[in-house]
Design a protein around this ligand. Structure first.
Ligand code: SAM
Length: 362
């Protein structure tokens, strides 16, 4: 990606969300160069990790350094947004500290060396600018002065709202291992899922990953070894409900979000078995295999000699015997499956459990 606007020295500031992530970054602010504004808009229309993006006009360790940096910023980059006939507002955002109203006003007044010729409009400004102060990440040790300050023109907000609107708390059909919305969207983004893609989840469970993919317009399908999960039967995972209701299934989940038209189908099937015909290709395979912690890792089959072929059970009520499905086999099967059934350039996205005996503090 390269800068395509005529304006020089463009840098962008991304404000990343710290919550919903298991690790802590040393700062939630991330400076990016070598992009154009369309690239930034593209990122922000998909990202659930980014709160907002700004065209960075200046930055520094102190307000004094910020001033020097802002005064050096090319006037021709600023002028389209500071014209006399334009309207604007300036926000003050502080990370890890709350400023009183008077202090915010003081910060804005101190920016009087910037020549904004437009009119202030707090409700519907044409342009929004932001002074961002970073007070570090330690809530028990908040410095008096910010560790770093930035000033920029707001460009776009990320898709954090999706985390709330797709929360599993309000989802029609859930299970014990339903993947939370934020992580499902991150996976869909890693897979580069786009409109009209065909996406497959071989360990589909309650379909949380498919829901995120369907939000981006993909057609979705999946398999799971658990008959009850696929058919929405059995015990409910909700504390106040004993059994699943008649319409608790993946199709109903997609309907809840207005995406039923993207539902292809789900089937009961063992991911260790080859069931798909050769030549069938998915644009993405996105999955959360069982790790044997909250659900057992089983596959159909037996170590003993099987005397009766499966087709002989036709018409009978038959529960196949199962045997352990080791993690290494799960991942080997998944990679083999992806090698056969992904389009060229298609992506496989999955969780890999990692044992980390020590907590690493960043
Ligand atoms: C971690 S859960 C997936 C949860 C899912 N992402 C969701 O949001 O509900 C793993 C799923 O794999 C299924 N599973 C376990 N062994 C399997 C196998 N051999 N073949 C297919 N599915 C299997 C389990 O029934 C379970 O639903």
């Amino acid at each position: 990606m390269a800068a395509t606007t005529g304006r020089s020295c463009l840098q962008y500031l991304i404000h990343l969300a710290q919550d919903n992530l298991d690790f802590r970054l040393p700062t939630p602010f991330w400076v990016l160069g070598e992009l154009c504004e369309e690239d930034v808009h593209g990122i922000m229309t998909r990202s659930v990790c980014a709160k907002s993006a700004f065209e960075l006009w200046g930055h520094g360790k102190t307000h004094c350094e910020l001033k020097t940096s802002l005064l050096k910023y090319p006037k021709e980059n600023m002028s389209p947004y500071t014209q006399k006939d334009s309207t604007y507002r300036i926000n003050v955002y502080t990370f890890n500290k709350t400023l009183e109203f008077k202090d915010r006003i003081e910060r804005i007044d101190a920016l009087d060396y910037l020549s904004f010729d437009g009119t202030v409009n707090l409700k519907t400004p044409q342009h929004t600018f932001c002074l961002l102060e970073d007070y570090g990440t330690d809530p028990n040790n908040i410095p008096d002065q910010p560790l770093y300050v930035y000033f920029g023109r707001w460009i776009a907000d990320g898709q954090r709202e999706l985390i709330r609107s797709y929360s599993v708390k309000n989802r029609h059909f859930i299970g014990n291992t339903s993947m939370e919305a934020c992580l499902s969207f991150i996976m869909a983004n890693h897979a580069g899922v786009k409109k009209n893609d065909l996406v497959f989840d071989p360990f589909v469970g309650t379909g949380s990953l498919l829901i995120a993919c369907s939000h981006f317009g993909a057609y979705v399908c999946g398999t799971d070894i658990d008959y009850n999960t696929i058919h929405g039967k059995g015990r409910s995972s909700r504390t106040n409900q004993k059994w699943r209701g008649p319409d608790e299934n993946i199709r109903a989940n997609l309907r809840q979000y207005g995406k039923e038209m993207t539902y292809v189908d789900v089937m009961v099937s063992d991911a260790s078995k080859r069931i798909w015909r050769t030549g069938l290709h998915f644009d993405a395979i996105i999955t959360d295999p069982p790790y044997g912690i909250r659900e057992s890792t089983r596959r159909t089959g037996s170590h003993k000699d099987v005397t009766k072929p499966p087709e002989d059970y036709f018409g009978e009520s038959h529960v196949p015997v199962s045997m352990a499905y080791h993690l290494s086999d799960i991942f080997a099967d998944l990679l083999t499956f992806a090698a056969h059934h992904l389009v060229m350039g298609g992506r496989l996205v999955y969780w890999l459990p990692v044992h980390s005996p020590e907590t690493v503090c960043v």
